[in-house]
Write a protein that binds this ligand. Structure first.
Ligand code: 5AD
Ligand code: SF4
Length: 461
């Protein structure tokens, strides 16, 4: 028998890449590849890359520099190391990657990784292979299910792709080009995948998609289902205690999704709803298709349906043409919403996107200064939100052992890490925890004696 070959997958960027990385490992397991945690031992390294900002894309090339040394070391040991680049940089740059980094044996786009076994065999036979064509077949029909052991090893929370791609074409964004047009998976396929995960012990499922609330997959009745309806169906599945979904667009906050937050106790009251800017002038130039008022209305509808709701967002500073006044509108929106957390980025011109060619690019120093001010404001909001949690009780889903002996760590409904002194046997359980202390990156709590009183979770500002 041949020895199992070792696979090391490194994921960059978004949660969909994490999901895709798992599916690549699942696809290769029956081919005799076992995952290793040590890159030096690997026979195959897959870099699953992100193209969203220049910095993310640059990481790939610095990583490929390291791969050259690893490949030489493997050769000295009489081993062959195969290097594959997958993900959105693969899709965007294709053959250019092999020209710039001849260490790469295989370039495979996000819509083609179900073909990995065949592509690897070809790369081993013929040398460098590139596959970034958008295929006619659906990769989800060909991808292999994870083993129960693989699912267990990945923990109590899992991602499930329900929708992929984007038709919105925000002028700064590469996603419509790298992930392609929007496609929704049929309801029965998603239900089957979640059932399998639940059967292997998964307790929390996050439905993911670049534009997840534009979901319109075929239901068992033949009609197009909304995300709200899909959530309602998935919430019925035994074993799944918590549901989340990401990432949403403010234009697609349809009524059934708002109702799902009112009606489904397992749907966590936390919504990541990127706004990007608080200025209508900039939102229009970004082609966001919503105004500041539309966005605030979406937040208000959610809060009216579910008073426990808290929000996070993404912001871009220094988009072409952004004035100090536009930027202040972003700061004031932040205060108006009162976010529990947010991600903020300096605008990064991406080749091939309309904003990259806009004339009034903002100088780097101005971007840096605005990012600094925005991050300070976000930190302030996050600290205030965390401070409001002090003394309250939440249900925490325990995920793994904690920082110190005797501690385990889990997530609150708002995704805050909570460290608790409790036995490791409780990992995978959901228990009521009273927040006793605030740390820099996590909350501290104690197991609560009584069940949670629903009102104790009310988080309005
Ligand atoms: N420059 C900076 N940030 C970007 N994002 C997307 N494209 C760019 C870009 N060109 C940010 C947006 C998006 C998040 C995933 O990344 O805020 O919501
Ligand atoms: Fe990119 Fe806009 Fe689509 Fe989000 S909605 S993936 S930011 S184009």
């Amino acid at each position: 028998m041949t020895r199992p070959r070792k696979l090391y997958v490194k994921s960059f960027g978004c949660q969909m890449n994490v999901y895709d990385s798992h599916r690549m490992a699942d696809m290769l397991a029956p081919e005799g590849f076992a995952e290793t945690a040590h890159i030096e031992d690997a026979d195959l390294v897959i870099l699953n890359t992100c193209h969203i900002r220049e910095k993310a894309a640059d990481k790939v090339y610095s990583e490929l520099g390291r791969m050259r040394a690893l490949k030489a070391a493997a050769a000295r040991d009489g081993r062959r190391l195969t290097v594959a680049v997958a993900g959105c940089v693969a899709q965007a740059e294709g053959e250019e990657i092999i020209r710039r980094a001849p260490v790469v044996d295989l370039v495979v786009g996000p819509q083609n990784y179900h073909r990995l076994p065949g592509l690897l065999a070809r790369a081993e036979r013929e040398g460098a292979v590139v596959d970034t064509e958008f295929p006619v077949e659906d990769k989800f029909d060909i991808l292999r299910a994870p083993s129960r052991a693989a699912t267990r090893a990945r923990g109590v929370g899992a991602f499930v792709t329900v929708q992929e791609g984007c038709d919105k074409f925000c002028t700064f964004c590469v996603v419509p080009y790298t992930r392609g047009a929007e496609v929704s998976r049929p309801v029965i396929k998603i239900v089957a995948e979640v059932e399998r995960l639940a059967d292997a012990g998964v307790r929390e499922v996050t439905l993911i998609g670049q534009n997840v609330n534009a979901y319109h997959g075929e239901g068992p009745d033949g009609a197009a289902w909304t995300l709200g309806r899909l959530l309602e169906r998935v919430a019925e599945l035994p074993g799944i205690a918590r549901l989340r979904y990401t990432t949403s667009h403010p234009c697609d906050m349809e009524a059934s999704l708002v109702a799902a937050h009112r009606d489904l106790p397992s749907l966590m009251p936390y919504l990541h709803l990127p706004v990007q800017s608080g200025s209508d002038r900039i939102l229009a130039r970004m082609n966001r298709r919503h105004t500041r008022a539309d966005y605030l209305k979406a937040i208000a509808r959610m809060r009216a349906a579910q008073p426990k709701m808290a929000f996070s967002s993404d912001f871009i500073v220094g988009f072409p043409g952004e004035s100090e006044e536009d930027f202040r509108a972003t700061l004031s929106l932040l205060d108006e919403v009162g976010y529990a957390g947010a991600f903020s980025f300096k605008y990064s011109p991406r080749p091939g996107t309309p904003a990259a060619d806009m004339p009034d690019q903002v100088p780097e120093a101005v971007k840096s200064e605005r990012l600094y001010r925005l991050q300070a404001a976000i930190d302030r909001h996050q600290a205030a939100f965390n401070a409001r949690c002090l003394g309250r009780s939440f249900e925490v889903l325990f995920e793994k052992t904690g920082r110190h002996a005797g501690q385990i760590v889990g997530r609150s409904p708002y995704l805050q890490p909570v460290q608790v002194m409790a036995p490791a046997i409780m990992i995978g359980d959901i228990a009521a925890v009273t927040i006793t202390d605030l740390g820099a990156n996590s909350l501290f709590g104690a197991l609560a004696e009584t069940r949670i009183d629903a009102d104790a979770m009310l988080m309005e500002a």
